[in-house]
Write a protein that binds this ligand. Structure first.
Ligand code: SF4
Length: 577
């Protein structure tokens, strides 16, 4: 089918062999590509009930039918596996330039099976698969590992994704990183790559996907290129990036603070977008095929981190390292962000674990003392997590494990083992439904429903009737994930635009109802995967603290009844009851 190579590459890491599989059109007609194809493969090829860090787990890199076309926002790839953090379905997506290089290998997805006996890095192209020795780079931080692979291959045109020490040490929230700062962040895909003894993968090739109607995509590109950059959203992303959300959430009391005790941070201005622009030299930076340029290359101007440069920090990182841990200086958040990136750990989980440790050490003797705002102590904790040293060995297993080990399960904030990002579900009640039902645990991205609630499209406190709007967003963004498009194009690409894009790349002429039905089928696959892995429906909930405790500053809360009402409506509309 146009838009696809109709080919998946399977790589056996133990036997050092590979084979190609032809994928029939019927699979793409049913599930499209990206998330749709990868979830179909996961369900088909993964034996139920196995240890996510065993060689039998598979790790899938996937692109979509628009990858490496001219469509704005198409420079993203996805990674799919069974999560070592939740034991359930995992999807994660990253920008940067890697997606285009993966696409040029000529496969819709690349599936890694088994585990190498020795550290390797893979070179995957349209011509061959090479298994390079990586013993000399094993142990390296992410930036140096990426540089080393690039130097060794000496290709000007290569996309490289790597893991850091945390991935090697099977830390259950280890990430995969590309272009230094673009992360397959949540849920521990880096640990799965580490368990396979793969330090990194370099992709290159010359294959170009054929699309059904290049003229349709060209017209679409012209239209979006004309109106897109003038929109208020694009202008704001270019100037402020995601840090602008600090003000938006804090002003409505939805900025998780002091490990989920409050929804506002008194010192929010010091970690806001304005603080970033004041304290750093900031340059807008974009993935290929993007005018939004939400990325911010930030160089600290003064102080103990003067000269330190990263792309970021993103809003969710600012909340996890700033709000949750009461770190009140954007430069220190940049420092901690850099620390996490180098070690290869997810900033959202790392920050939440630091907050949990601070609260735990205040309540009882856990053999370690940490205080809010203690930046160097938090950095040291991250180092120990990544190396599994001391208390880090407990935290490396994730919050669920640490809570059990310290007998503090009532304190821990997570859904299905995954720590939530920076949107307070006691204020943004649709986010309660999002966290409870997302296929990868507490996740803000499946529906990005905070946007609907913060923008006033639907009142945040509304409960009854909310599931219908929520499903509209979730389905629409599921289609984004099957095409693998950037979330920040969600206001420009609505149902009509998806119909144009799908026709342009695949030739399929689908009505809105048919596109939405396709999204529903893909979500059903992910749900089926989780139920097969033993997930119980009762786990579609919030942690007890968020249901029982009110926010200390606003007194706002969400009751079990309110969540149940949203869940019942949601299940009924999804046909899950
Ligand atoms: S909006 Fe940001 S993340 Fe999305 S494609 Fe553009 S630069 Fe990349």
């Amino acid at each position: 089918m146009e838009g696809f190579f109709n080919r998946v590459l399977h790589v056996d890491l133990e036997g050092r062999r590979s084979w190609k599989e032809e994928i029939p059109d019927a699979v793409f007609q049913e599930f499209l590509g990206g998330k749709g194809l990868a979830t179909y493969l996961l369900l088909r090829d993964l034996k139920p009930g196995l240890d996510p860090l065993s060689p039998d787990n598979i790790l899938i890199f996937a692109t979509g039918p628009l990858t490496d076309t001219l469509v704005f926002g198409s420079s993203r790839y996805g990674v799919f596996t069974k999560s070592p953090l939740t034991g359930l379905y995992l999807e994660s997506y990253a920008g940067g330039d890697v997606a285009e290089f993966i696409s040029r290998t000529g496969y819709d997805a690349i599936v890694l099976h088994g585990a190498s006996r020795k550290p390797i890095f893979l070179e995957i192209s349209d011509r061959e698969i090479k298994f390079h020795d990586a013993s000399h780079i094993w142990g390296m931080e992410t930036y140096t590992a990426e540089d080393a692979i690039r130097q060794e291959l000496a290709f000007a045109k290569v996309g490289v994704a790597v893991i850091g020490p945390a991935g090697e040490n099977l830390v259950r929230f280890a990430l995969i990183e590309n272009n230094y700062w673009r992360s397959i962040g949540r849920g521990g895909a880096g640990a799965v790559l580490g368990s396979k003894k793969v330090k990194g993968i370099a992709f290159h090739g010359t294959q170009k996907r054929e699309v059904a109607h290049p003229d349709i995509l060209m017209d679409f590109w012209k239209e979006i290129g004309k109106k897109g950059p003038q929109t208020a959203t694009a202008i704001a992303y270019k100037k402020f990036g995601t840090p602008m959300v600090v003000q938006a959430t804090n002003s409505v009391g939805a900025f998780p603070t002091q490990y989920w005790a409050k929804g506002t941070f008194e010192k929010w201005k010091q970690i806001s977008a304005d603080a970033l622009l004041e304290q750093c030299e900031v340059k807008a930076h974009a993935c290929p095929k993007c005018f939004m340029a939400c990325g911010k290359i930030s160089k600290v101007k003064e102080g103990r981190h003067a000269g330190l440069t990263i792309e970021g920090p993103e809003y969710e990182t600012i909340d996890a390292l700033g709000g949750i841990c009461l770190v009140d200086d954007i430069r220190e958040i940049i420092y901690l962000n850099d620390f996490c990136d180098r070690l290869g750990i997810d900033t959202i989980t790392a920050g939440n674990l630091a907050g949990f440790t601070i609260e735990a050490s205040r309540r009882k003797d856990i053999g370690y003392k940490l205080e809010y705002g203690d930046v160097d102590g938090i950095a040291q904790l991250f180092y120990m997590m990544a190396r599994r040293e001391g208390i880090g060995a407990i935290l490396a297993e994730g919050v669920k494990h640490a809570a059990k080990a310290w007998n503090l399960e009532e304190l821990a904030v997570h859904v299905k083992g995954m720590d939530p990002p920076g949107y307070e579900p006691r204020v943004l009640k649709g986010m309660a439904l999002a966290y409870a039902t997302s296929d990868r645990g507490a996740c803000h991205l499946r529906s990005t429903f905070y946007k609907a609630e913060l923008s006033g499209a639907i009142p945040p406190e509304q409960v009854e009737g909310k599931a219908r709007t929520f499903i509209d967003w979730e389905d629409r963004l599921t289609i984004q994930d099957c095409l693998i498009l950037c979330r920040f194009f969600r206001d420009l690409y609505l149902w009509d635009e998806y119909a144009i894009l799908i026709k342009g790349c695949t030739g399929m002429e689908l009505s809105r109802q048919e596109i939405q039905a396709l999204a529903g089928r893909v979500l059903n696959l992910a749900r089926e995967f989780n139920l097969r892995e033993g997930m119980r429906v009762a786990e579609d909930t919030l942690p007890p603290r968020l249901l029982l405790e009110k926010l200390l500053d606003s007194g706002k809360g969400i009751t079990s009844e309110e969540l149940s009402l949203m869940l019942e409506e949601y299940y009924s509309l999804r046909g899950w009851c």
